[in-house]
Design a protein around this ligand. Structure first.
Ligand code: CP
Length: 300
């Protein structure tokens, strides 16, 4: 039996493979009637809440001819001590692919190491690769090829920022992170970027990060895995993406946010609801990108 084609992190695949996924996503968005997942079943495990990931994967499976089974973290025997390895072995006998959203990346890797079917990372504490496929797709729809462009992140150096770092290497763009020293992206992600020739820079000054950017990106200040940390709000307040910070970017810069958003915290309402924001296209593109990912993992 050949090894399953997992989708775990953008750093695991070369740019050509990721480009094929995006091309397929664009074809589906343009109306390609192919249904490559006819008769296939995807198990989706959610240990954490989701709106976009949950709904876009389910709709994508249905529109491509497949089915889904949704499991909450509370309702499997993992809750009573069954290992992720055994869960992977058992699910592999029932379904054609597994998607998991979890608070611990090690659970994802244990699942993938023991599954005989593809495993998809639907967000962990370390990364969110499916989101990045939609984000790159959205950027390119609006501004053309992302290669050679400058993308700025302002805010917490979290799991989504890590996937942007991976994307910078694989799609060949400059990625400038504006964040406080206490909230830099993980050291291993920055070391990976350096080792892989990614053009990633980290700035204490948000204006320096955003300067001349073709897109400005942010995310919530306290991610799902972090718990409440009110002190972080004081730390990150200077990095809020407001109209003044957007003015430091190129005049035609777009604004991206993976959502959900907290208006008045990481982004001003005038920005996310303003003319430079493309967040609703970005959310829609989760659907098309999931189709590309599913077809790559499972389809012809
Ligand atoms: N951006 C994102 O993953 O959204 P959900 O948490 O709603 O799935």
């Amino acid at each position: 039996m050949s090894a399953p084609r997992h989708f775990l992190d953008l750093k695991d695949y070369d740019g050509a493979a990721l480009r094929r996924i995006l091309d397929r996503a664009l074809a589906f968005k343009a109306g390609d009637p192919d249904r490559p997942l006819e008769g296939k079943t995807l198990a989706m495990i959610f240990e954490q809440p989701s709106t976009r990931t949950r709904v876009s994967f389910e709709v994508a499976m249905r529109q491509l001819g497949g089915h889904v089974i949704v499991l909450s973290g509370q309702e499997t025997q993992v809750k009573r001590g069954e290992s992720w390895a055994d869960t992977a072995r058992v699910l592999s006998r029932y379904v054609d692919a597994i998607m998991i959203r979890t608070d611990n990346h090690d659970k994802l890797t244990e699942l993938a190491a023991n599954a005989e079917v593809p495993v998809i990372n639907g967000l962990t504490d370390r990364s969110h690769p499916c989101q990045l496929m939609a984000d790159v797709m959205t950027f390119e729809e609006r501004r053309g090829a992302i290669a050679g462009k400058r993308i700025a992140w302002s805010g917490d150096g979290n799991n989504v920022a890590t996937s942007w770092i991976h994307a910078a290497a694989r799609f060949d763009f400059d990625f400038a992170v504006g964040c406080p020293p206490e909230r830099r992206p993980p050291a291993d992600a920055l070391a990976w970027a350096e080792a892989n020739g990614a053009r990633v820079s980290v700035h204490d000054d948000p204006a320096a990060a955003v300067s001349d950017a073709h897109a400005v990106v942010t995310d919530v200040w306290v991610s799902m895995n972090d718990g409440g940390e009110s002190s972080r709000h004081n730390l990150l307040a200077p990095y809020r993406v407001d109209e003044r910070l957007m003015a430091e970017a190129r005049p035609d810069a777009i604004f991206l946010h993976c959502l959900p958003a907290h208006r008045g915290e990481e982004v001003a309402g005038a920005v996310i609801d303003g003319p430079q924001s493309v967040v609703w296209d970005e959310a829609e593109n989760r659907l098309h990108a999931q189709k590309g990912i599913l077809a790559w993992c499972l389809g012809r």
